[in-house]
Write a protein that binds this ligand. Structure first.
Ligand SMILES: Cc1cc2nc3c(=O)[nH]c(=O)nc-3n(C[C@H](O)[C@H](O)[C@H](O)COP(=O)(O)O)c2cc1C
Length: 222
């Protein structure tokens, strides 16, 4: 698979086969992905790879918190979107709910869908990305962003699908409880990883992109 094919075929996978992913395969993916660039080559990323009972404990710990109405307190939070960004966010939700046959009025199914994200989409494994708390937020987010995409692209070589997840790390206390990640590390994002269930309807999603002409200024060209 060449690089363009990998970039264009990667998509968020939100339904997985239960087949486990071997530690060896996950190790190879991380070995390759750590070739990602980082500012000053500081390689600020750290991985906690979870599967089996520990991942199940985190999944259900997250769902317990969510359904009990506990307000999330993530180590890094995403802002509330406005304007065109909010439109794109809503556009994504409409596409997903249409594919899944979930109507606007069906609050129960919407809540169940939300929980799925907190359960790492029932993937057989997840990678939790963290970084030392002594590092600046801008440095860490840039570096971890780069390695996150690199992991997702590398996974394709092993027929694995991924979904980057902010939802999975909304309750860092749950992750800390079951993994032992200390307070001295900030938990940034998760990547659900596993073999895609291609019959799962949301996996048919082709998310939209703004045409390049709308977001690009060309200068110094004829
Ligand atoms: C930082 C980050 C956090 C994300 N968190 C979630 C999430 O919590 N739940 C989810 O369903 N998708 C999540 N996504 C996936 C995005 O929705 C997805 O990448 C985007 O809609 C584009 O679709 P594609 O990945 O299929 O190309 C996240 C992506 C990023 C980069």
């Amino acid at each position: 698979m060449d690089v363009v094919e990998a970039i264009c075929s990667r998509k968020s996978i939100r339904g997985y086969n239960p087949t486990p992913v071997s530690k060896e395969t996950l190790r190879k993916i991380l070995d390759i992905a750590t070739r990602a660039p980082s500012s000053d080559n500081a390689q600020t990323w750290e991985f906690t790879v979870v599967a089996g009972e520990i991942l199940d404990n985190i999944r259900w710990g997250n769902v317990d918190m969510l359904t009990s109405g506990v307000v999330p307190n993530p180590d890094f939070s995403l802002d509330h979107l406005k304007g065109v960004y909010r439109e794109r966010q809503v556009g994504l939700a409409i596409q997903i709910f249409e594919l899944m046959g979930i109507t606007r009025e069906d609050r129960d199914k919407r809540a169940q869908w939300r929980q799925r994200g907190y359960r790492f989409f029932d993937a057989p494994a997840a990678i939790i990305l963290s970084a030392d708390s002594s590092l600046s937020e801008s440095r860490v987010l840039f570096d971890v962003g780069l390695i996150t995409q690199t992991i997702c692209l590398t996974a394709l070589k092993y027929d694995l699908g991924t979904c980057i997840g902010a939802q999975g790390v909304q309750y860092p206390e749950v992750i800390r409880k079951f993994t032992g990640i200390p307070e001295s590390k900030r938990i940034i994002v998760s990547i659900a990883i596993g073999y895609p269930d291609w019959n799962f309807l949301a996996n048919k999603l082709e998310s939209k992109r703004e045409p390049v002409e709308n977001i690009t200024t060309w200068q110094g060209f004829e």
